[in-house]
Structures are given as C-alpha cells and as structure tokens.
Design a protein around this ligand. Structure first.
Ligand code: GGG
Length: 353
C-alpha cells in the first residue's frame, strides 16, 4: 500500500515536534533524513506548531496554518503531545484531531527485536495495526448529575467502513510478511455489538477481496485481555495484530516492553493520501529538556514514513544504522541502560548512515 512515488524534485516534510521530548527527537530524525543525500528527493522541512504548550501560549492546540501546511506537504513527522489528564476548557488533543482531519485511519506500529540482542528471548517480530479514527476516541463524553451522584458516559463508535479499511490494510501488510497471519483483537464476548461488528467485518475482508487475494492469509482472533497475557508469555505467536483504537494503543505500548524500551518503537499514521511518522512514546515530561531522550523511535518512524512513500533505500539505510547502534550497545540512552545523550546517539547513527 505504498503511496505512489511520483517523480518529485523535492520531498516536503512537515515537522511537528509538539511537546516535551518531541522537541528533542524530531530534530534528530530530521538530521538522519538529511544524511540520506540522493537516496530521497531533496527534503524541504516545514516547522509547524501544535500541542499543549502551543495551546497554552496561543489558545489553540492545532493551529489552522499547521493543518494547511500539512495538506500542502508530502508527509510529516509528529513528536509527542502531553494532554492534561483533567479537562481543560477549549483544549482538545491535536494528534487525535490530526489523524481525523487528514483521515490517517491506520496507526501501524511494528515491534521488533533487534537480532543478536541476547536479553530478549524469544524474538519479537509483530506489527500492531490500530484503527485510528473511531472507538472511544470520537471523544463524545457527557456528564450529568443524578440523585445518586454524577454519571459520565462516552460513546464508542465502530463502523463497518472503518473496520473494513483497517482490516484490508492489515491483510495487505500480512501479504508482505513471511508468516502471513492476522490476529483480530476484540472483546466481543462482552461488547458483542461494537467489537462484534469489528470482528465480523475484518473476518469478512478476504471474502470480498478480488481474485482470492487474501486466501492464503491465516486469520486468528483473541479476546484483548487474553491477548495481552499471551503477548507477555509467548509474543512469537503474533504477526499482524489488528485492533480497535484503544486496545491498539495499549497493546503496542505493552509490546514495547518486550523489546527493551518504548524509546525504540516507531509508528506511522497512514491514510490513502498522506503519511505521518510518529514515535509511539509520549512527551516524557520527567526527562524533557535534559538531552537524554532516545531518538531511535523517531528515526525509525522516519524510516517507516519513507518506506511507505516507496523510498526503500533511504528507509533501509536508516533502519540498518539504528539496528547497528543498538547491536553494538556502546552508545545508548538511559532508557536502554546506557548513559549517552540524545546527540551522541544521533551522531552514532549518522556515522553509520
Ligand atoms: N507520540 C505519541 C504520543 O504523543 N503519545 C501520547 C499521546 O498519545 N497522547 C495523546 C494526547 O496527549 O492527546
């Protein structure tokens, strides 16, 4: 499903560092992309604003100019956002809004052990495909006062259309992987209507595919709680895991623990016309500004973004450089047990590129 690589004289890349360590890791990803030289069209970067800090200073978390600039770009990199955990009047998560506005309906999160990493057994090689536009993230919440106290409600939206397109994307991804297995994650033993629709729609995808395209893909399913248990016990049973928005978010963070650090796990937010790389980690306010954030998830997100656009050589060079630095284990940030700074890890990656 790579977006078409029409001949481009330049590659317009929107950069949205947003909050916290996003401001440290996105510049590192930019430097890594710049080091690719002629493997990609000449990159043109656009620094764009969004996030809670942006809201605090301007009154909006996602300025219209940012959305317009992205609509005029080929792709983007998003850092991280720190939305407050209590309601702030007038604030709404910019990453949730961006995914909807640009119709980036799939969040693809590969979680892969770097080979030869002796600490990890067994080897993990899975990809979480998270539906990105609905579920509880439609954010329709209400609160009312009743005689017995307050009552809060949230709408959970699951549509056939969104489930079908995320299902197709999961099957397409599985086609390109050696094991060709799709596991549907749901809780339809309890939520038989919403998760039931998600499950049934994805199960039906092969039936409607042209020329039996997905006939050789094996389909399994797992109730989400048992899926998490098995993920920790026997992660090697998974290949492509496709999940509604909230379960996909949680499962991919959990899976990151299996490969050493959330600081290693990349993602892309992909639609039919646009792709935005985004490290899975958040804004990490506890370490922000200290120069010790791990830039590898962002560099890998840049690689995924380039791969999705069809720039395979550039993507391979970034991935190999990152894998080499991890394997050597000499220059690592504290989340991986090292004592190196963000800049030192970036320098080690640049040297390998
Ligand atoms: N880069 C991933 C990220 O920022 N994670 C934190 C997150 O998803 N936050 C949602 C929000 O703060 O609105």
């Amino acid at each position: 499903r790579a977006l078409t690589t029409a001949a481009r004289s330049s590659l317009k890349i929107g950069l949205i560092p947003a909050d916290g360590i996003g401001k440290e890791v996105i510049p590192a990803a930019r430097a890594a992309i710049e080091a690719l030289g002629s493997d990609i069209p000449k990159p043109e970067f656009y620094n764009l604003d969004a996030g809670f800090e942006c809201f605090a200073s301007t009154g909006t978390a996602l300025p219209e100019e940012t959305v317009e600039a992205l609509q005029d770009s080929h792709c983007a990199l998003f850092g991280a956002v720190s939305s407050p955990i209590t309601k702030v009047t007038g604030y709404s998560s910019p990453i949730v809004a961006l995914r909807k506005k640009l119709d980036l309906y799939a969040n693809v999160r590969p979680v892969v052990s770097v080979a030869e990493n002796a600490q990890e057994k067994p080897r993990v090689d899975l990809v979480v495909v998270r539906e990105n536009t609905e579920c509880l993230y439609v954010k329709q919440e209400t609160i009312t006062s009743t005689e017995s106290g307050k009552e809060a409600r949230a709408t959970r939206l699951i549509t056939e259309r969104a489930s079908r397109r995320i299902g197709r994307l999961a099957f397409e991804l599985a086609l390109g992987r050696p094991r060709q297995l799709v596991t549907i994650i749901h809780k339809s033993n309890v939520l038989s209507v919403t998760d039931g629709l998600f499950r049934e729609t994805i199960r039906a995808v092969p039936r409607f595919a042209e020329n039996g395209r997905y006939d050789n893909i094996q389909i399994e399913e797992q109730i989400v709680d048992s899926a998490v248990y098995r993920l920790f016990r026997e992660p090697q049973i998974y290949d492509v895991m496709v999940a509604p928005n909230l379960y996909g978010d949680i499962i991919s963070d959990a899976a990151a623990a299996l490969v050493g650090s959330l600081g290693l796990v990349p993602s892309i937010n992909a639609g039919d016309n646009f792709v935005m790389g985004e490290p899975v980690h958040g804004s990490a306010p506890d370490i922000a500004g200290r120069g010790i954030a791990n830039p590898l998830a962002s560099i890998r997100s840049a690689a995924l973004m380039l791969r999705h656009l069809g720039y395979l050589n550039g993507a391979d060079r970034l991935d190999k450089a990152v894998d080499g630095v991890i394997r050597e284990g000499q220059v690592l940030t504290p989340d991986l047990g090292g004592s190196s700074k963000t800049q030192e890890v970036l320098d080690a990656v640049l040297k390998k590129i």
